[in-house]
Design a protein around this ligand. Structure first.
Ligand SMILES: C[S@@+](CC[C@H](N)C(=O)[O-])C[C@H]1O[C@@H](n2cnc3c(N)ncnc32)[C@H](O)[C@@H]1O
Length: 217
């Protein structure tokens, strides 16, 4: 898929493509309303509309990402409502049949995600869970009955915590897919720190990506 990208916007990567593949294979998108939260280039939402989604809303905290999502949706002839803001806040009381999320999930030394800079696309606090936990807690409030959240994360950010939190929020979670990828530049630069913190096994050079589905009702 051809996507334009303003500087500072997350380039669609392995996590994006794993979630896109699951979306294609899983089906059940035709006629559904879709929310793409943390949309970046808009790749996931565009994939959903190509699979027949009836409507698409995209949200990102970054103005450049919002502009990029909007431009890519026009480039691909995909009607989309694009909003800037924090996670689910910009959609108000609206609910959706499908919520797609590839949030920041990389463990970082800083206790909070950065307010600016590219690192906002991946850094998510010491355990990598700042955004994941908020998505787990907030998802029931934006899902229609019978709807589902499809989320991708790294195994380094504790997939069991995600499954537990989704369950605690009243959703029914399951792992749909896994993929192993070599460390990218961000993880390569943090190997020593992550080993010292026990998040990486000695000799570990690959990261596991996990796609989790959580059904509402
Ligand atoms: C890993 S990138 C994923 C981008 C795109 N969905 C993809 O799969 O290629 C995470 C995105 O989340 C956005 N983001 C970070 N914190 C956010 C927040 N609190 N609310 C909304 N979006 C956020 C970043 O700007 C970035 O575009």
């Amino acid at each position: 898929m051809l996507l334009m990208r303003l500087p500072g916007v997350y380039r669609a990567q392995h996590d994006t493509s794993l979630l896109r593949t699951v979306l294609r294979r899983r089906g059940g998108v035709a006629g559904r309303s879709v929310l793409d939260v943390g949309s970046g280039t808009g790749a996931l939402g565009i994939e959903a509309v190509r699979a027949g989604a009836a409507s698409l809303t995209s949200v990102d905290l970054s103005l450049r990402s919002v502009m990029t999502s909007w431009l890519n949706s026009r480039l691909h002839g995909v009607p989309a409502t694009v909003r800037r803001g924090d996670l689910f806040a910009p959609v108000g009381p609206r609910r959706f049949d499908l919520v797609l999320a590839n949030p920041p999930y990389v463990p970082a030394a800083a206790p909070r995600p950065p307010r600016h800079r590219m690192a906002r696309c991946w850094d998510a606090g010491p355990d990598g869970r700042i955004l994941l936990d908020r998505i787990c807690a907030g998802a029931p409030g934006v899902l229609n009955e019978g709807g589902a959240l499809l989320l991708v994360q790294s195994g380094l950010a504790d997939e069991h915590a995600t499954l537990d939190r989704l369950d605690a929020a009243g959703l029914v979670p399951a792992v749909l897919a896994r993929g192993r990828i070599p460390f990218g530049p961000v993880l390569r630069s943090r190997v020593r720190e992550l080993r010292e913190r026990g998040l990486l096994a000695p000799g570990q050079v690959e990261e596991e990506l996990v796609v989790i589905e959580a059904r509402h009702g």
